[in-house]
Structure formats: C-alpha cells, structure tokens
Ligand binder design. Structure first.
Ligand code: F0G
Length: 482
C-alpha cells in the first residue's frame, strides 16, 4: 500500500496489488440481518459467514494470499517425517529471525499451550505488556496468574504516544523486586498489542526489557503474531530504523528474546504457528510436547501446503509495501471516523480500527456489554461483522461477578489485502449513521454462558426491543437501500 496525493490535494491509500481471484459476498436487507443476529444469539462469532457482507471479525486465517504463496503450495512435500517442506520453512525462519531451533504447531494458542506447559508452575506469575485471551487462559489453566504492565497512559483511549504497547520499565523493576525472580515464570512482550487497540512496542523498550530479564535470569517470551504491523510502526515511528531493513529489525528483536512464537494465521498470511527457542535445554523440553499435542516434529499439525505458503508469506512480510496495507487502512478509517466525531482508539494502530464503545454507547451500563451491543448493532446497520473486545471477552470472576474490562472496544479488523478503499468508505458511512442513532442501541445479557472463553460461543439477548427500533430507523433514513 502507498499513500498518493490526488489533484484535489486529498491523500488516499492506493493498493499496490491487483485482485485476480474474488469471492462473492452477500449484503442482506436489514430485515434479514436482524434475523441473522437473533439466530446468532447476538454474538458476532455465531453469525454464518454467508450472511456477512464484510467480515471484519479478525485477520486470523483470512488474509489474502499472493500468487507466489499459491504456487508454493503445489510443491509441498507430503511426508509424515522429514518433509522437505519443513526444512524450507526452517531456512526462511532462520533467515528472518536468525534462529534455527524451530517447533511447528497448528496455531498460535497451541504454541501457548506448549510454552505454558513448560514454563508455568502453580502460583507463578507471567508478566506482560498486555494479555491476549488465549494466552491468559493457558496460563490460568496451569495455576499461574497474569500481570499487565503497560504504562497507565496506554489505557487511555486517545493519546499521542507512538508505542502504547511498551512495557512500563518502572513497573517491571518494581514487580521483579516484589515477587522475586523465582515466582515469575516469564515476561512476555506481545507485538502489536491486540486487546488495547493493536498498539506497537518499540525496539528501544524491547532492548531495555531484555536487559532487565537477562540480568534477573527470567525467560523473555515474544508473541510475534502481530509482528508485521509492529515492524511497520518501528520503521515509520522509530527514527533510528527509518533506513533499516525489515529483516534486520526482525533479527534484532528475536536476538533479544529467549522464545519467539507466532500464529501463522496472522503472521505470514497462512494458517499454522510455531515456536523459535534460543536456549537448547528449553528447546528440548518444549520439543517433547510437540508430538504429543501437535503432530510429528516436521509438520506439527500444519498441512504441508500451508507451511509452503507460510514460508513465502514470511518472506513477503519483509516488504514494507506488502505489510503497510493494514496500518494505512486503519489510519484512513480512523481519520474518517474522527472527522465525524466518532470515538476511536488513537493513535491508529495495526490489526483494525478500534471504536471506543464505552463513549459511543455511554448510556449502556458496562455489565450490559456496550462493545458487544455495538458489534450487534453494527452488523444490523451494515452487514459488517466486527468483534467485541471488552467485558464479554473477559472471564467472570470466581464470585460470579463480571470482571469489567479496562476498555470496551468494537474491533473492525482488516484482513491483509482483502478489502478495497470503497469498502472502507462504506464502513465509515454506516458507523456515522449508527453514531447519529446511538441512543437507540441498548444492552445485552447472557442467556447461555460458557465458563471458559465465553465470548466465542456464548449466547445473549437484547435488553428491550432496541434492535427492532434500529431497523425502523434504518428504513426511514435509507429507504429501500441495502
Ligand atoms: N497471540 C495473539 C497476539 C493473537 O492475536 C492471537 C490470535 C493468538 C496469540 C492466538 O493465535 O488464533 O492462531 O491460536 N488472535 C486472533 C484474533 C484470534 O482474532 O485477534 P491463534
């Protein structure tokens, strides 16, 4: 992606690829959209994709692949053990991260399972910039706890801090002093910090954290799932790296860490995952678990075709023009929304545009899930499927009381190279309409609530008949338009 200036002076995002394979999508009439939402228990995870116009739920496993990735899939070496595909992927990883002790896994959370099984002991604490849902669940499952130490200012919706994902160094030092190094199972840095709005981590911060962890003898784990966005921001926001090759940046990051893992559903635009380990003893410990949970060491639950696509996709991640589409689209959508007075997380990050549901739906109490309600309303208003990232995505406390999230966000994710600029404009327009009609949006309550990761398949119902009122207002304003 590039930014170009039009004759009018307006600067627009310009796609640096052309589309040669397409998928038809459906935009249902609003009356059918409300029915689909009811069927889905007001949980966007439970919508059928055939009823979705733009799937902005996630970028996970749904990024557009390049012609070279598809071509590579044809040469996959289908063997249970010793597949040539594994060695090709390992070579690419070594080239990008400078490490060759690689364990394949079927996706990111499978890596987290192995890492937690190896490092987390009951009563221990994992310290991190911010948790991700599956990461935390794996740590808690083994009796560990999670402490998050981004600076307080990173939890403010609007700021001009370029790296809101940075770890607060004072908090880190204080926590190590308070808990003692033996009680800390690892420190984790998540690239492109997902749950606080896809916010990046600076190299400066990673260097400092690594120094502290090495001195204290605490393993440092890097979640590189959102590395491509983070690389873009290091390159464009951290002056020292303006002219540094993306591969060089990646290698420096990996060298600061003890363990680097990733979801290849995000990084590399394929499907799968993997762990790179620098310490040999730790590598051997983790390696024992791969055949147990994933599959043999040379495929780890991945299809060899996906591994070939991943090897090419990882190389393409080293191209700024390839990885810039998401951050540039996020910025374009955020700027359109800000111009209309709609509250979004700033500065714009990677992954998606994050709408501040707490402000958007300030009249909806937090225990009625304003971000979930906004996600449902957005689907009804537009056929666009986003994801709740707020209290619904938290686990209920042991006392049965909801643990209120620090932020209530509607995430509108941008799968890489999937959407066009006119679709970005459509999203902005429908959100604008929704914002003007926001008082119509009401809350949600659970009617079926799973104990673990409830947001995935829990079912809810609206408090009152607000969805019907929204449909009436839509028809009034848009006539017979879709
Ligand atoms: N770490 C981060 C930062 C993630 O964003 C994800 C997945 C994972 C780990 C787990 O990887 O899905 O391959 O098992 N995030 C997706 C999302 C699900 O929609 O943000 P996985």
């Amino acid at each position: 992606m590039s930014k170009v200036k039009l004759l009018s002076g307006e600067q627009i995002p310009l796609e640096m690829h052309k589309i040669r394979m397409v998928q038809k999508v459906n935009l249902l009439p609003v009356e059918e959209r409300i029915e689909s939402m009811k069927e889905a228990g007001f949980n966007t995870f439970l919508l059928k994709n055939r009823n979705v116009y733009l799937d902005m739920l996630t970028d996970s496993g749904v990024n557009a692949m390049s012609e070279n990735q598809y071509a590579a899939m044809m040469q996959a070496d289908d063997s249970y053990a010793g597949s040539e595909t594994y060695y090709r992927l390992q070579e690419v990883l070594k080239d990008i991260f400078g490490l060759d002790q690689f364990l394949p896994a079927h996706q990111g959370r499978a890596c987290e399972n192995i890492i937690a099984e190896t490092l987390v002991t009951p009563g221990s604490t994992a310290i991190m910039n911010y948790h991700f849902t599956t990461t935390k669940a794996h740590i808690k499952r083994r009796g560990g706890t999670v402490e998050e130490i981004v600076p307080d200012s990173s939890l403010e919706i609007n700021s001009d801090v370029p790296f809101k994902g940075d770890i607060d160094i004072d908090k880190l030092n204080a926590m190590i002093a308070r808990l003692g190094k033996d009680k800390i199972c690892f420190v984790r840095i998540e690239a492109g910090t997902n749950l606080i709005g896809g916010q990046p981590v600076s190299m400066k911060n990673m260097r400092e954290v690594s120094k502290i962890c090495r001195k204290a003898g605490i393993p440092l784990v890097y979640d590189a799932s959102l590395l491509s966005d983070n690389l873009y921001f290091i390159k464009t926001r951290e002056a020292e790296f303006a002219d540094v090759d993306l591969k060089e940046i990646s290698r420096e990051i990996a060298a600061l860490m003890d363990v680097t893992y990733f979801s290849a559903r995000k990084l590399g635009s394929a499907r799968g995952g993997g762990i790179l380990v620098s310490d040999e003893a730790l590598f051997h410990k983790m390696r024992e678990l791969v055949p147990l949970f994933e599959g043999f060491l040379t495929y780890g639950g991945m299809s060899v075709r996906e591994m070939e696509a991943l090897a090419v996709g990882l190389n393409e991640t080293m191209d700024l023009e390839v990885i810039s589409q998401t951050p540039i689209f996020v910025e374009a959508l955020c700027n359109e929304l800000l111009a209309k007075g709609i509250p979004v997380v700033t500065p714009p990050g990677g992954l998606g545009c994050h709408v501040d549901a707490m402000a958007f739906c300030s009249h909806v109490p937090q225990d009625q899930y304003p971000a979930g309600a906004l996600a449902a309303a957005m689907y009804i208003a537009s056929g666009v499927r986003g994801m709740e990232r707020g209290t619904m995505s938290e686990e209920r406390g042991d006392d049965g009381v909801d643990k209120l999230a620090e932020m209530e966000l509607l995430r509108l994710a941008f799968p890489k190279r999937v959407f066009t600029y006119s679709q970005v404009k459509y999203v902005a327009d429908r959100l604008d309409w929704l914002y003007k009609n926001r008082t119509l949006i009401g809350g949600l309550k659970f009617v079926e609530e799973p104990k673990v990761l409830r947001f995935f398949f829990g079912r809810l119902e609206p408090v009152g008949d607000w969805p019907e009122k929204l449909v009436v207002a839509f028809r009034k304003d848009f006539g017979d338009s879709l």
